[in-house]
Design a protein around this ligand. Sequence first.
Ligand SMILES: NC(=O)c1ccc[n+]([C@@H]2O[C@H](COP(=O)([O-])OP(=O)(O)OC[C@H]3O[C@@H](n4cnc5c(N)ncnc54)[C@H](OP(=O)(O)O)[C@@H]3O)[C@@H](O)[C@H]2O)c1
Length: 259
Amino acid sequence: MDAVAQQIGVIGTGEIAEVMIAGLRHAGIATPIVVSPRSIDRSARLADELPDLVVGESNQDVVDRSSLVIVAVLPSQLDDVLVQLDFAGCDLVLSVVAGRSAASLASMIDVDVPVARAIPMPPNRDGRGPIPLFPDLPLARNLLEPLGRVVAVEDESHFDVLTGGSATMGAFFGLTATIAGWMRDHGVPAGAAAAYVTELFESLAFEAKALDPDELAVRPETCLTPGGLNEQVLRGLDDAEVFDHVREQLDRILVRVRA
Ligand SMILES: NC(=O)c1ccc[n+]([C@@H]2O[C@H](COP(=O)([O-])OP(=O)(O)OC[C@H]3O[C@@H](n4cnc5c(N)ncnc54)[C@H](OP(=O)(O)O)[C@@H]3O)[C@@H](O)[C@H]2O)c1
């Protein structure tokens, strides 16, 4: 593919920045990268490990050397970081910061540079998983496509809803760990329990991906044997209002994301 940018800058060299950098290198994208100097242990390690990755002298140095800047600080750190930077000359600022609208970012950047938002997740380090994108700018898409499946939305309010969906990662691992732990409590060796649950969920996700949206909506019912074991667990969780609680938590996340 075409080079994603002449040079990629990263402001905020934390967990998700490392995921994106690893994903790009995993995909064979050799575009030079300059990262901000905070989290110096991580920044220095990345510079040691990866060719064509250097640590900038300051955040402004990162911006000045980059045509595309990824902003990956925490939401609470964003204002302080952006107000101090001059993005003149950049082709794109890509924010992965949850809950800050493109308009709010553009007003803080204060120069006429295109702004896009994305939600990378840890599996993107291996080129897997979805990446919501708003708006669908070609430079942003070119950067993100090697990392996973870009899901571009035309309405930013839908991006907020997908952000809510991304917040289920911990719950997914919670469910996985609960089932594997229950198996261990009943004597199944830890390795066998983990292998069983992860293989099961991977295969079910594979099957679910092949369904059209209408089939997916009714799959909880169509997968059941009447009177069978799966029906018992589904009805039991439903009676305990577990699925209502899931929706309630997602509603709360949406309120927080839009606050
Ligand atoms: N983790 C995920 O799965 C995930 C998924 C999607 C989106 N996000 C979003 O990604 C953003 C970063 O999350 P994260 O999990 O990567 O957090 P993180 O590991 O805490 O990374 C934040 C980074 O920003 C750095 N930083 C703080 N102030 C800075 C400044 N003034 N200048 C330059 N760098 C500064 C921190 O450095 P210090 O360590 O020195 O403070 C740290 O390296 C968040 O906004 C989050 O909403 C995360």
